[in-house]
Design a protein around this ligand. Structure first.
Ligand code: ADP
Ligand code: MG
Length: 623
């Protein structure tokens, strides 16, 4: 059951109210042509929302949704057509399709169902793909639908006009449908699935690392979006009464995508503003397209003026506002008084950590990884034990990040095993690894930049939340833990560098991990930020008693924090022991000094451990 938040309701009302007002005023006071224009706006809006549910949330441009509109139009048209008219218009119609003469509402529902079935079938392969491969697939779908419609002359009249569809749609029919579509799109956007899909749009790898099953959510959005597009198609058909396959092809796709992009692809308010703006531009330019005589000036006929106008509008808006007119946040998320109306999430109590079970350590057993010919990692073997901090050090390129990637399943190990509770990570789908108890951060910060700070953590919290648990409230708690509770409503990308690193830690903590892997958490931080981070790490190691693995070049931090240190060099694990043992280990000192002899100055990077830093008496050394 979808729980609808108060902020979602506020968001729906904020968008639906103006639409309803304009439509009602138009219905009461505008002449027929004005009413038709508003009706068309409402239908286009449903289609744009259908595009947006998939493309806006997943970040994958779809060219295929007009194909679903076409299916919706023809399916519903066939069902509502008067049997007598049908005999003339479609004399060769197969018997099972003929003579239904359904009412429009029923035909609308059946058409949506038909479209959903097709979307499920197409969605299985499409949801496996991301980026431009998925886009090309959707384009292929559009072309196939078009060709099939043209070729199925017995059912569709081929490329000729399909006529005889009752004109059952006016402003009073389109309005409730559009309002319902607004509500559906917004509820989906704010839902668990929508939030997770938006997270994957921002960073697919990071979303998988917090337990998001990207394919599943892409699939859900694809089918839901297709159903809205199908509904828009059916409404369109019963608004026009007659149409042909070319009405549902590239021109319409271009126009609907223009609406989506101009307004802002990722918001419902963007869809509304984009649809209205493009329709206004088209209306104005259409008047000029055929040439105008202004008395003192006569403008010639300009072929394609409206398309040029739409293109120019997109260019101008995108040049100034990359995320479209409305940006990446909904109108109610931007306006303070609407935000207050929506209410604030309240922090929950984080349940106390259970006493660590030392038998359930994470085992890294002889793990290796090759990239083509390059051996990035070989024979790493150690345990990450709950309640203990393990340091992982080594020069740049030693294979530390590769090891973390292998352990978290982001990159499969080519040899050896990573065992969590006796299960090999290689055999688990990557998105299930976090649920098995493993959280991680990335060397190069990977946040969901266009989601709020709170949403970043909520994505992770909801991956492991028990039934009835409020993921958002838990997320707030973890934010407080790293000192970011006051920034909950900010977009993650606008935080300072140190705060972004801490947010990444809060996001990983929200997975309630038993093992937490931090890849250079202090990299690029100034001393004050490093100090803050130390406090955070100290507090979470004591509070949650998790098994911590920290990769760090700041040896002072490593030596202060860690119980055990593992040293990698050129992919080989060359030492493991207590900080004191590591300092005294000749192989470790040799690895660093060896680098110095090979011509590289030990001070080449301030982030790298130097041979000098390994000497106990060195300034800022290990003591
Ligand atoms: P560290 O984190 O210790 O600095 P890495 O694990 O990032 O080192 O890299 C170890 C080696 O593996 C490096 O030589 C690096 O170039 C190589 N490597 C890491 N990731 C990839 C990849 N995806 N493709 C090819 N080579 C990689
Ligand atoms: Mg690294």
């Amino acid at each position: 059951m979808v729980r609808i938040k108060r902020s979602t309701v506020v968001g729906i009302v904020a968008v639906a109210l103006p639409i309803a007002l304009i439509a009602v005023l138009a219905a009461l006071f505008l002449p027929g042509s004005g009413q038709r224009l508003v009706t068309l706006f409402l239908i286009n809006l449903i289609a744009v929302l259908g595009f947006g549910i998939y493309s806006g949330n997943s970040g994958i441009m779809s060219f295929g949704h007009v194909g679903f509109m076409a299916l919706g139009a023809y399916a519903s048209g066939l069902l509502t057509m008067n049997p007598v008219v049908q005999k003339t218009a479609l004399p060769h119609l197969p018997e099972w399709l003929a003579g239904w003469g359904m009412s429009f509402p029923l035909a609308l529902l059946v058409a949506i169902l038909v479209v959903a079935v097709v979307a499920v079938v197409i969605g299985v392969p499409v949801a496996r793909l991301g980026g431009s491969s998925a886009s090309i697939c959707t384009l292929g779908f559009l072309v196939i639908v078009h060709v099939v419609l043209v070729a199925s002359a017995d059912i569709t009249r081929g490329s000729q006009t399909f006529f005889g569809v009752p004109r059952a749609v006016d402003i009073w029919v389109a309005l409730p449908c559009a309002l319902l579509a607004v509500a559906i799109a917004r509820i989906y956007r704010d839902s668990n699935s929508g939030l997770k899909l938006r997270a994957s749009r921002e960073d697919e790898i990071a979303s998988t690392a917090v337990g998001v099953n990207v394919r599943l959510h892409r699939f859900c959005a694809w089918v839901l979006g297709a159903m809205l597009a199908g509904a828009a198609g059916a409404l369109f058909a019963h608004f026009l009464g007659a149409f042909s396959p070319k009405d549902f092809y590239f021109n319409l796709t271009f126009m609907l995508l223009a609406m989506l992009i101009l307004g802002g692809i990722s918001t419902v308010s963007g869809a509304v503003v984009g649809t209205a703006t493009i329709m206004l531009i088209v209306e104005v330019l259409r008047k000029f397209e055929g040439g105008v005589d202004l008395g003192f000036l006569s403008l010639p006929t300009v072929f394609g003026l409206t398309d040029i106008g739409i293109g120019l509008a997109i260019l101008i808006v995108m040049y100034r506002l990359q995320d479209g007119l409305m940006g990446v946040r909904e109108i109610d998320e931007k306006l303070p008084f609407l935000r207050r109306l929506g209410g604030q999430a309240k922090a929950a109590e984080v349940p106390a950590a259970a006493a660590p079970d030392r038998d359930t350590s994470l085992k890294v057993d002889n793990v290796g990884r090759r990239f083509a010919g390059l051996v990035a990692l070989e024979n790493a073997s150690f345990d990450i034990v709950p309640g203990r901090v393990t340091g992982l050090i080594g020069p740049n390129g030693a294979g530390k990040s590769t090891l973390i990637n292998c352990v978290s399943g982001v990159v499969p190990a080519s040899s050896g095993k990573v065992l969590i509770d006796g299960r090999d990570v290689v055999s688990m789908p990557t998105y299930t690894v976090p649920k098995a108890g493993l959280g991680r951060t990335f060397q190069n910060i990977r946040l969901f930049r266009n989601l709020t700070v709170l949403e970043n953590v909520t994505v992770a919290a909801s991956a492991v939340a028990a039934a009835g648990e409020d993921a958002e409230a838990l997320a707030l708690c973890y934010l407080a833990e790293v000192g970011l509770a006051d920034f909950a409503d900010r977009l993650a990308g606008t935080l300072s560098y140190g705060a972004q690193r801490r947010l990444e830690i809060a996001r990983a903590l929200a997975l309630k991990p038993r093992y937490l892997l931090l890849d250079e958490p202090a990299a690029g931080m100034n001393p004050a930020e490093t100090q803050e981070l130390m406090q955070v790490l100290d507090s979470i190691r004591h509070k949650y008693k998790l098994g911590l693995l920290v990769v760090e070049h700041d040896l002072k931090l490593i030596m202060r924090l860690c119980d055990v240190v593992v040293v990698l060099n050129k992919g080989q694990q060359i030492a493991m022991g207590t900080p004191a043992e590591i300092q005294a280990n000749p192989a470790v000192v040799e690895a660093y000094i060896g680098r110095k002899r090979s011509g590289k100055p030990a001070t080449a990077s301030q982030n790298e451990p130097s041979a000098a830093a390994l000497q106990p008496h060195a300034a800022g050394g290990l003591a």
